[in-house]
Design a protein around this ligand. Structure first.
Ligand code: GLN
Length: 542
């Protein structure tokens, strides 16, 4: 019998439900259980793919090409899982499939309603997620905040699941903010109490309350939360700010959350195993080196836009016992005042991330040129890869005004072109080249040393690619394409072997990066940043 843990949030969004849900999964996994996770996003978009990162942060990409909420990235990093598109439900997705069934005639003669038809669709999809993966337990994180209009059908569905699946197979965790007043340093529980009331009003009584705060909440306040929440005192936990998010499962387990959940759901577990996780956390907390990285992007105002990339840099850092400090810079500042480019000299490495559209691209190209000409370690990912090609074409191959068709459709040298299969596509939803594809790695290259294997499976999300008409010119001028698609028609990695470290990938290694198992490109970049900082000869990665 599969069991279900539902996580809801109160007071405000971004309270850390994703990390809490991942942490619960980790506590169960540490006890030998097999969890899977479903994220519910109550917005009307069918998936996250058509949204600007400034809306909800980055779009995470699954192996099967799903464009999902970034929380799936946290689940994958914490639990080392490979989730599917179907692990992310949205209002748009649910309604779309119910409406399609209605048009098909599946409900002939009946009036189609939110209860039961929409709620049935939600419940079925949650249950299918468990069945497909043979999980012991499905964690369901309901996005948004309790009290939101658009979340109601989802909350109604999870309310019904208690009745259908039974008390011993379902558990509700509510996480809510406990703010501390600046002036008196007092911890206020009233907003949390109200959010619990909101939940009760629709028929859900939480079994566990996780109070989110900046620091550990005192016992008296925790008792008050239990009293007003109508739960035992040992069912209240405090998720306070940790040095690293990877510490959160350890913090909550120490407070007894893992044992409480297992007892409550009748899981007979005694041992817990955190050795590797603890080692990883220790290296993050006690690093031997430190590097400063400039991330030059167009969504620099919201760090969640680059969360998988930032985490991959940190994973690479941890493996090299190094703390990675990331400064998020708006690329446009290098366009407005070209002098600003010298700011980059104080960094140990320059990182140019993914991106779309023309804004900021000239600034990013200047940053790449600065990295190349001043031999500052450089890593480019996806758009960062494409812009590195443009920079090389313009400044080394003398192809004046070389560009991507995405930026200037009239460029005399379209070194980055639309992929052939993309021509004629008008629908924007889920139509990019998405998901995992195999990449062959050329022997005796930096890529082959970093990856230490003949091929690698990596995730993608792009419409444009290197124009094959320019590959010979770029190669003749010293650029090496060390990774290619299996038919050799798609350039996937580039490198400049004469530089200290200059490497870029069309694919997104960050989506598969895990604590203790960093993406090789990211790890290599950080290694180069440390070595350069320590005046060592350039790394050979052997
Ligand atoms: N805009 C580029 C493309 O669509 C790069 C995409 C990305 O960086 N993910 O090909």
């Amino acid at each position: 019998m599969v069991k279900y843990i539902f996580v809801t949030g109160g007071v405000l969004s971004s309270v850390g439900k994703g990390i809490l849900t991942s942490s619960i999964g980790k506590m169960l996994q540490a006890r030998g259980l097999k969890p899977t996770v479903v994220k519910i996003d109550p917005y009307v978009n069918v998936d996250a793919g058509t949204m600007n990162p400034y809306m909800h942060g980055e779009v995470f990409v699954t192996d099967d090409g799903g464009e999902t909420d970034l929380d799936l990235g946290w689940y994958e990093r914490f639990l080392d899982l490979s989730l599917k598109q179907s692990n992310n439900l949205t209002t748009g997705l649910i309604y779309k499939s119910v409406i399609e069934k209605e048009r098909h005639g599946n409900f002939l003669g009946r009036c189609v309603q939110i209860v039961p038809h929409i709620t049935d669709e939600i419940k079925n999809r949650i249950k299918t997620a468990g069945e497909k993966t043979n999980a012991d337990i499905v964690l369901i994180e309901v996005g948004g905040t309790v009290g939101d209009i658009e979340g109601l059908p989802f909350l109604e569905a999870i309310r019904q699941m208690r009745i259908e699946e039974g008390y011993e197979n379902t558990l509700y965790v509510h996480v809510a903010l406990v703010p501390v007043l600046d002036v008196t340093q007092e911890m206020k529980t009233k907003p949390l109490q109200h959010s619990v009331n909101d939940l009760r009003r629709i028929g859900i009584q939480p079994d566990i309350i996780a109070a989110r705060s900046t620091q550990m909440i005192d016992p008296e306040t925790l008792r008050k939360i239990a009293l007003f929440g109508t739960i035992p005192e040992n069912a209240v936990f405090c998720a306070y700010n940790a040095e690293t998010v990877y510490q959160v499962p350890l913090i909550l387990d120490k407070q007894g959350m893992g044992d409480f959940i297992c007892q409550r759901l009748n899981f007979n577990t005694t041992n817990k195993e955190y050795t590797e996780w603890q080692t990883f956390v220790d290296t993050i907390i006690n690093p031997q080196h430190e590097v400063n990285i400039a991330l030059v992007g167009k969504y620099a105002g919201l760090t969640d836009s680059y969360v998988s990339m930032s985490e991959a840099l940190k994973h690479g850092g941890a493996t090299c016992k190094t703390k990675v400090n990331i400064t998020y810079l708006e690329a446009e500042k290098f366009e407005k005042n070209p002098q600003n480019i010298n700011e980059l000299d104080k960094f140990d490495g320059i990182f140019v991330p993914y991106g779309f559209g023309p804004r900021g691209t000239e600034g990013k190209i200047s940053a790449i040129q600065h990295a190349r000409e001043n031999n500052i370690p450089f890593l480019g990912i996806c758009y960062g890869f494409q812009l590195a090609i443009i920079e090389y074409a313009r400044n080394v191959c003398n192809l004046k005004d070389a560009n991507s068709i995405e930026i200037n459709p009239d460029s005399p040298h379209p070194v980055i072109d639309l992929m052939p299969e993309q021509r004629g596509i008008e629908y924007k939803g889920a139509t990019m080249r998405l998901g995992t594809h195999k990449i062959n790695i050329q022997p005796n290259t930096i890529a082959s040393k970093l990856y230490n294997q003949e091929d690698t499976m990596e995730r993608h999300r792009h419409r444009f690619e290197v124009n094959l008409d320019y590959v010979e010119t770029l190669k003749k001028n010293g650029l090496i394409f060390s990774g290619k698609s299996t038919d050799s028609r798609r350039m996937e990695t580039l490198e400049l072997p004469d530089k200290y470290f200059f490497f870029a990938t069309q694919f997104h290694g960050e989506f598969k990066s895990r604590p203790g198992k960093p993406s090789p490109a990211y790890k290599g970049f950080i290694q180069a940043c440390i070595d350069k900082k320590l005046d060592k000869p350039k790394p050979t990665f052997t």
